[in-house]
Design a protein around this ligand. Sequence first.
Ligand code: 0GY
Length: 297
Amino acid sequence: MSQFTKDPDWLDWHPAPRKPSFVVPDGAVDAHCHVFGPGDQFPFAPQRKYTPCDASKDQLWSLRDHLGFSRNVIVQATCHGADNRALVDALNSSNDTARGVATITQDISDEDLTELHNAGVRGVRFNFVKRLVDALPFDSLETIAHRIKDLGWHIVIYFEAQDLPELYDFFTSLPTTVVVDHMGRPDVSKPVDGEDFGLFLKLLSENENFWSKVSCPERLSLIGPSQDYSDVIPFARKVVESFPDRVLWGTDWPHPNMKGHMPDDGQLVDIIPHIAVTEELQHKLLVANPMRLYWSD
Ligand code: 0GY
């Protein structure tokens, strides 16, 4: 028996995703996914805001193979806080097929940073989504940013669109490459060429150190899987076509905190050719860009 009981409304990851029709290019990278525990081996953090089901590294590797991908970027999930042991274990067992994004605090020792680097960590995540974490103060984040800069790492930021105006100046002050999760979570009922998404596009167009993940149609869509999340496609396509060398794609497996439905990961892969419509764009999105960011050393 696990010492952890998942939240009563928790939806487990899809047990049998379909085989996608879209064949991803050789060497494709799933650049946003997580491992959860297993909780008995890698306990969830006491300060977590949700308790998930287990989602192990071996289950992640099975999904990778089933979908036709070659590599993963594993992002530390908030349910593990700044305890990166499950992430490091997955990276160390991956035979260099996985790289990581960690969560750290400003007092981490140089030795621990080096250990994370040696395991394959190449970034840290700053999370501003209030239902997930109590964000660290800006001065702590600035300290972290300057420490990891020297390692050549980048910063992944996660926020919701309504918070971008107040966070904008802090974000543009960051001294590294900055990767935005899930296109800054736009409200897709608003126009793609409107003011709100315009601010996000400005962030990328005026700051060449900014990248975006064009991931998570299942979180952003208002119309859902029966219509292939098609209301999200114009947003993702706009980002891919405007910034083809600064976009990443990921499954977001095991899809934490999905409440209405659990996506079929095969269906998510089949959306890729609708957001990256040429082979060249697909290769940049799935291979060239993630390889440059995560496997250049
Ligand atoms: C995501 C999204 C979520 C959760 C986390 O670290 C996390 O707990 O990332 C979410 O609930 O929106 O990016 O995977």
